[in-house]
Design a protein around this ligand. Sequence first.
Ligand SMILES: *Cc1c(COP(=O)(O)O)cnc(C)c1O
Length: 460
Amino acid sequence: MRYVSTRGASPVLDFADTLLAGLADDGGLYVPESWPVLGDGGRGDYVETAVEVMSPFVGQSVDGGAFAAMVADAYAGFDHPEVAPIVELSDGIHLMQLFHGPTLAFKDIALQLVSRLFEYELSRRGERVTIVGATSGDTGSAAIEACRDRETVDIVILHPAGRVSEVQRRQMTTVASDNVHNVAIDGTFDDCQDLVKAMFNDVPFREEVRLSAVNSINWGRVMAQVVYYVVAAERLGGRQSPIAFSVPTGNFGNVFAGHVARLSGLEVPQLVVGSNSNDVLTRFFVDGSMDIAEVVPTTSPSMDIQVSSNLERLLFEISGRDGAAVGVQLDDFRSSGRFRLEPGQRVGLADGWSGARFHDDEVLTCIGDEADRSGIILDPHTAVGVLAARACRRDPSIPMVALATAHPAKFPDAVEAATGKRPALPERLADLHERSERLTALPDDLAIVQDFVRSCRRGA
Ligand SMILES: *Cc1c(COP(=O)(O)O)cnc(C)c1O
């Protein structure tokens, strides 16, 4: 399996090089040269299906036995034997819980595996990297938890100061490992993401510190997320039966993985994109336009995003894989803040996508109502997806799966406001508020942040 950039101007790479590269050096994102075809099998066993679904993407690049062992090890630490169990909501919508990993958010599913793949490949090559990432909350803690104490990796995570929840910040800043560094940037998540992109676009710097990324732009993350779409189908009627999903969306990595499952042959007639008040994406799916506005803080901070990086992968697909055209269109979007789909691109979006946006008052009402009716406590991100599932569902004869992306205890203030009860942290995080924090506050200034990153490298 080989990977090409969505901007069409970077070398074609194998899986291991794609994994370590993160962003392509032409500014694009890597995607497979062609989509593999999903087989018929699958019994709903998470690890077994994971190895089968991901193997074609990994190709000859990683030894098969070593890969299977890494997959098993990545999910052994999850709190639930099914890894991602499915429960039923009050109106028969299925809720797939993706939050049983170490940091209580779905990002653990990808990052627990990706960090093992990094360590494996870097040790084999005798190399080390500096991972730099931007987080609106959950990526950071999941990346830090996955990379802590790994010999081959130093990790620096930027978060927007004051814009992540207390639990989210503490999950990052209380990790006492030499290779872990947290930076609070005076700015928004998009500012953090722009700093990371600028560091990658600075080629001498990138090579000096051997920069790498585990942001949701990393192909390894998308690949690992394809698995639970297939597992859900297996558990709810088999791979041959149609199934719909609703996904609370920020950077578009999660729902794009659902589209990859569809491109690989899973019958997914509908993917629903749920947004909070930051609804740039909803408008994209409703009328093909995007107009960037200010980021509005909401109760679902991991979705407080205006520019969804992974949308570039979908644009590439619906543009006949014309990387040069995608590059021009996105550069124009960056500079003007406005985007309009070309008529030819609209054809690729005509079917199979829906989008809906919900404000915080609707989200809190949904959490309260669901607690009353079924006793199931939703976190605010998950509630956006559940609301979108209900609003957009087209065919009641097809199972609709809403993805639960965070444990309610990650967002205790919103959940308490909605239900009157504060959700308890699970055992392994019970003393989180007593642990001591470590972080560095920096301005939104590329040169200063780059100097800090240089200072974090061990063995440099
Ligand atoms: C990251 C995150 C999202 C958004 O996922 P994307 O892949 O960025 O679309 C939604 N919910 C939670 C809890 C998250 O952590």
